[in-house]
Design a protein around this ligand. Structure first.
Ligand code: NAD
Ligand code: DAU
Length: 355
């Protein structure tokens, strides 16, 4: 049995789906079901006894302690977080609460449970903390990619809160001996991605005939990893990662945002051509930039490859095609996430941006 938190979100849901499909081990999935949590992503697991869903907060220490005693997991994997940089700019409070205070409470509940385990279970136990490359800050054009030893220089409320959570996890290992491993991954994309983030937003807006808002000059660079590859990296680190270590996870796919948007448009032109024959790229609109926008992220994932023999299975070309196809094949999922709250967010984030 493993305990996953945030398993109704984008990466967590992909992880849970893959876990159940590949392993015989059960998974308890604790998720608060914020705007980003979506049980529809897990609907295929309905009635499957291998998946036990619990609605709750990682900050609720008593609940976590109860779940740990009841289910006796051999590992905890923490995906739960507030994850959207733009939302952290509009309202950082929730980020501090979940990403920092929530991580602290989760660590404390796990520490109590782990301390009482018999010796063999205690040494086999793992706490895996899922983090981000954004904690390392922004790179210049010619700088080498982030290694695990790169200085922490978070620039947004989101990345600062994730950096703080990384430090807590590290300290709980050094001080209390909690058997932790941390992963710092680059930008994920793939199925079940909430359409507030770049790639799903562009697909959904393009199909709806809306504008495709590119921040600033569109030349900010991200490294992109297909979500299933992130999940395989986490499984690998969980099984053979060294205690107390940090592993960077990346796809070796650095691309400027405008290239990503144009690739999405080209795929849609091919797979769902517009009736008037024009390209979706005509909907691109440059809008005012994200405050404090990091210019470039790049991940050096050689440690993970060298030590744990992990490599991504998808190239960007194969992964982005699968992603666009998934959105075209799942219009109901797309329709159902576009609630009133989603539309409110769009108007809050985009209405005041100058074209
Ligand atoms: P997401 O926003 O799609 O999902 C987050 C999930 O956590 C949601 O289901 C939400 O309901 C749940 N949640 C939020 N607050 C909670 C709380 N207090 N208690 C319990 N559940 C709570 O996020 P994601 O993109 O799937 O990211 C998952 C993790 O991976 C995060 O920790 C994020 O920082 C990290 N990460 C994401 C990316 C990426 O590109 N998306 C890349 C690297 C790392
Ligand atoms: O690097 C890992 C991080 O990637 C994760 O830790 C975060 O949880 C995840 O949200 C993601 O952060 P980004 O800020 O990089 O992702 P986002 O999809 O919001 O934006 C990607 C890039 O596209 C970024 O440079 C901003 C730009 N952008 C984004 C949106 C939503 C636009 O140009 N227009 C947009 O409308």
């Amino acid at each position: 049995m493993i305990l996953v938190t945030g398993g109704a979100g984008f990466i967590g849901a992909n992880f849970v789906l893959d876990w159940v499909a590949r392993c015989n081990e059960s998974v308890v999935n604790l998720d608060k079901l914020t705007y980003a949590g979506n049980l529809e992503s897990l609907s295929i697991l309905k009635g499957n006894p291998q998946h036990i869903f619990v609605q709750g907060d990682i900050g609720d220490r008593l609940l976590i302690e109860r779940l740990l005693v009841e289910h006796q997991p051999r590992a905890v994997i923490n995906f739960a977080a507030e994850s959207h940089v733009d939302r952290s700019i509009h309202g950082p409070g929730e980020f501090i609460q979940t990403n920092i205070v929530g991580t602290f409470n989760l660590l404390e509940a796990v520490r109590v449970y782990w301390s009482d385990l018999p010796d063999t279970d205690k040494s086999a136990f793992r706490y895996l903390h899922v983090s981000t490359d954004e904690v390392y800050g922004s790179l210049g054009k010619e700088d080498p990619a982030f290694t695990e030893n790169h200085r922490y220089e978070p620039n947004s409320p989101y990345s600062a809160s994730k950096a703080a959570s990384d430090h807590l996890v590290r300290a709980w290992h050094h001080t209390y001996g909690l058997p932790v491993v941390t992963t710092n991954c680059s930008n994920n994309y793939g199925p079940h991605h909430f359409p507030e983030k770049l790639i799903p937003l562009m697909i959904v807006n393009a199909l709806a005939g809306k504008s495709l808002p590119v921040y600033g000059d569109g030349m900010q660079i991200r490294d992109w990893l297909y979500v299933k590859d992130h999940c395989s990296a986490i499984r690998r680190v969980l099984e053979v990662g060294r205690l107390g270590e940090v592993y960077n996870v990346g796809g070796w796919n650095e691309k400027p945002n405008i290239e990503i948007v144009k690739t999405v448009c080209a795929l849609l032109d091919e797979l769902r051509p517009k009736a008037d024959g024009s390209s979706y790229a005509t909907q691109i609109s440059y809008v005012s930039d994200r405050p404090g926008h990091d210019r470039r992220y790049a991940i050096d994932a050689r440690k993970l490859e060298r030590e744990l023999n992990w490599k991504p299975a998808e190239t960007f070309e194969t992964g982005i095609r699968k992603t666009v196809q998934w959105y075209l094949q799942n219009p109901e999922w797309v329709q159902n996430v576009q609630t009133g709250a989603y539309r409110e967010w769009l108007s809050k984030n985009y209405a005041e941006r100058q074209a």
